[in-house]
Ligand binder design. Structure first.
Ligand SMILES: Cc1cc2nc3c(=O)[nH]c(=O)nc-3n(C[C@H](O)[C@H](O)[C@H](O)COP(=O)(O)OP(=O)(O)OC[C@H]3O[C@@H](n4cnc5c(N)ncnc54)[C@H](O)[C@@H]3O)c2cc1C
Length: 275
């Protein structure tokens, strides 16, 4: 039985009701809010671009935006913020929020565009990784899956990709070994799933911790990791091969260890020394 119920409370409740231990959890509190609306693209809007993204400056504010053209000559516009800076659900507030971004690109694009939808909001309190791989005992024939194991802050866009990777892993684990695969399924699956989750988890946790109010256990070398990430981004802006590699890691096509290549680390450290 696969528990793909998202929040995973079915598995949690079952473990409690039959007296089994619950998994340890790593929690990163982000108190994140999203708001999204659709606009008609004005006839005179420039078309020679793919998407517009406004990133927050984590030490000062958490407001960010993503605007993408979609089918039917429309823009999908999403705003995000944390704690007291979450985007509101009415159009007046939506536009006012756009004005408070670091740059006016998205505000200037939408201020005269016609809205085609209402503003839809979504809230997300915390990323949660349940460490089923550390449990000594687990019911045979049960398998939590996807978000029921690990829920990622949606701003990093990883949950579906990880669930798909877990599906591939499940097929492989079910096809390996002799006899009844259910006997060892959960243990094998949890062990490999936790390795698979590590890259997207660390990729999300580090930038989330750049925001001072993020709750959770910060890595001891957080400042160095953030500086490394900033320097890597600068290098990627100049070197297409490095840019390709960073995108492949972010899109889970390569493991994070690909960024530990000594030659690459040396080049990034040179930039860090100048920052
Ligand atoms: C706003 C937002 C944006 C996101 N953007 C991205 C992105 O760009 N890229 C990406 O990879 N991921 C993204 N994600 C994450 C992604 O949506 C999730 O990681 C993914 O959907 C998890 O899949 P799942 O099957 O584990 O759970 P879910 O998709 O949550 O599915 C769980 C299903 O189980 C049902 N259910 C729950 N309890 C019961 C029950 N008791 N009985 C029967 N049914 C039940 C629910 O109704 C639901 O349909 C985003 C998430 C959010 C919220």
């Amino acid at each position: 039985m696969v528990d793909a119920s998202g929040r995973g409370s079915l598995t949690q409740d079952l473990l409690v009701s039959i007296g089994y231990p619950s998994p340890e959890e790593t929690v990163i509190g982000v108190d994140f809010g999203y708001a999204r609306a659709i606009f008609a693209i004005p006839d005179d809007a420039p078309a020679d671009w793919k998407g517009a993204m406004t990133l927050p400056n984590a030490s000062e504010n958490s407001r960010g935006a993503l605007m993408l053209p979609i089918e039917g000559q429309r823009w999908m516009v999403g705003f995000a913020g944390r704690y007291g800076e979450k985007p509101p659900g009415d159009f007046e507030g939506f536009l006012a929020f756009a004005r408070q971004m670091r740059t006016s690109t998205v505000y200037n694009a939408i201020r005269r565009a016609q809205p085609l939808s209402r503003v839809v909001r979504y809230g997300f309190a915390a990323s949660v990784w349940r460490h089923f791989e550390k449990l000594e005992t687990f019911p045979r024939g049960l398998l939590p899956f996807g978000d029921a194991i690990c829920r990622f802050n949606p701003v990093w866009g990883q949950g579906m990709s990880v669930a798909a990777q877990e599906a591939v892993l499940l097929r492989r684990v079910l096809g390996s070994g002799d006899g009844n695969p259910l006997t060892t399924l959960a243990r094998s699956f949890f062990a490999e799933a936790s390795e698979l989750i590590e890259t997207p988890w660390v990729s999300a946790a580090i930038p989330d911790f750049a925001f001072p109010r993020t709750e959770g256990e910060r890595p001891a070398d957080l400042d160095r990791m953030l500086n490394f990430g900033n320097a890597l981004t600068r290098l990627a802006a100049d070197d297409p091969a490095v840019h390709k590699l960073t995108v492949e890691v972010r899109h889970l096509l390569k493991p994070r260890s690909a960024l530990r290549d000594p030659d690459l680390v040396g080049r990034v450290e040179d930039i860090m020394a100048e920052m």
